[in-house]
Design a protein around this ligand. Structure first.
Ligand code: FAD
Length: 403
């Protein structure tokens, strides 16, 4: 029988993450939504605690790195490892506040990239470094193969040139994982990722964006001008294998998309719980033993939203579980991201509606969650791009055959 309960060994982590979300994130959620660009200093102490958790091997409670499970020879055919724990922790934390999770020191999407593709030496070198991820450029978003930033080998260094936009934690992080091409004439296979540390000459934070949601998270424009990066900061292999395409850097997405899906699941759950409370206070009963069409319209709507939430949640767990069990999960990661991204937007907006005028005011966090949710259906690949990937995988088409 399929057991859809989270594994028992993750219970302590989930419990801790839930407590932190309720006691650290929620109380400061509105404050930093209003104080856009102010660093939430309350996170420092908490980040130190989380570092302890990560190094103790209990798994991350945030957007920590995820790595394909290594075979320890003790497998009984079903492993619940770091990916699942990280996803479960992320859900809890984002129930508290997704923008604050994105602002957590050392829990950046760049960290997930390092964890997925770095070699052992690099893992050691970048341990404890907070890393953002810079792919998007003024002329390149969804089509990451169109990257124009370049990295040219010069002695022991790569020389980086280009501009990156919309980089989450781009100002606050200690380093940025930058996608750049080794040779633009060789197409996507030449795109590699480089860890560029803050303070490297030629690396400049140009400005910060003002945004619809996730305002506690800084979003930066970065410029690289003849920026010299040590050769050993290239993640993965420097070889340009035109047969393999850009499988190396793209592999990162198999690990980061379940995390973004988990963020969406956390925000959706927060909105559903708040709405349930409001409906119950208003005397609306949600009854699981009666058909939806025989219930109050608000209860019927709620049941439908909950069904979407459950589907998103289960797809998210599946994609992380597959990574833990070393099964290729690109399809499931995109399915989870597509379902969770769309559902969180639908759920949070519908919850604003179900709560009536109260839902639209700053008295509750419902309106904030409806603003925060949209990005979860955009970054790490938009809704349309996830659907395209799913279609390609199911139909067995290449990216050239189905665009
Ligand atoms: C707050 C925020 C934080 C971000 N953080 C980061 C970050 O940390 N690092 C980073 O690198 N980037 C980041 N991004 C950028 C984000 O990843 C891109 O916005 C996203 O990939 C989409 O790219 P684009 O905006 O250029 O849109 P485009 O690619 O121009 O797409 C515009 C629209 O067209 C659709 N579309 C595009 N191609 C197709 C197609 N083939 N078929 C159907 N529809 C298509 C898209 O889905 C979208 O709706 C962030 C963005 C925001 C808003």
């Amino acid at each position: 029988m399929i057991n859809l309960e989270p594994p028992k060994k993750a219970a302590a982590l989930v419990n801790q993450a839930q407590q932190a979300a309720a006691e650290v994130f929620r109380p400061i959620s509105r404050k930093y939504d209003r104080a856009e660009h102010a660093y939430p200093s309350e996170l420092d102490m908490f980040a130190a605690l989380l570092d302890g958790l990560n190094t103790s091997g209990e798994g991350g409670a945030g957007a920590a790195g995820v790595r394909r499970g290594e075979d320890d020879g003790r497998s009984n055919g079903n492993r619940n490892g770091g990916n699942l724990s990280t996803v479960l922790g992320t859900i809890e934390m984002c129930w508290g506040d997704v923008a604050l999770l994105l602002s957590m020191p050392r829990q950046g999407l760049g960290n997930a990239a390092i964890a997925s593709v770095a070699n052992d030496e690099q893992l050691k070198k970048f341990a404890g470094v907070w890393a953002a991820m810079a792919i998007t450029e003024p002329g390149c978003g969804s089509d990451s193969a169109a990257i124009t930033a370049t990295a040219e080998l010069d002695g022991d260094h790569y020389v980086l040139n280009g501009e990156k936009i919309f980089v989450t934690a781009g100002q606050r992080a200690d380093a940025v994982v930058v996608w750049a091409s080794l040779d633009r004439s060789k197409g996507r296979a030449a795109i590699k990722s480089f860890v560029v540390e803050k303070g490297t000459p030629g690396f400049e934070v140009v400005r910060l964006e003002h945004k619809l949601g996730i305002r506690a998270s800084d979003t930066a424009v970065l410029r690289f001008e003849n920026c010299r990066v040590p050769k050993e900061n290239l993640l993965g292999t420097p070889e340009i294998d035109t047969k393999k395409g850009f499988a190396g850097v793209m592999q990162t997405f198999d690990n980061t998309r379940p995390l973004v899906a988990a963020m969406a699941v956390g925000v959706a759950r927060a909105a559903l719980e708040e709405t349930r409370r409001i409906l119950e206070e208003a005397g609306v009963t949600i009854d699981y033993d009666r058909p939806a069409n025989t219930q109050h319209a608000a209860a019927a709507a709620f049941l439908q939203l909950e069904a979407d939430y459950e589907a998103a949640y289960l797809l998210t767990l599946e994609s992380a579980w597959m990574a833990d069990n070393r099964k290729p999960n690109s399809l499931q990661a995109s399915m989870a991201k597509a379902k969770a991204g769309r559902s969180v937007v639908d759920i949070t907006l519908r919850c604003v509606e179900l709560a009536g005028t109260l839902g639209y005011t700053e008295e509750l966090l419902l309106e904030k969650w409806s603003r925060d949710s949209k990005i979860l259906d955009i970054f790490e690949g938009t809704q349309q791009i996830q659907q395209l990937i799913v279609a390609r995988r199911l139909l067995g088409k290449t990216s050239a055959e189905l665009k």
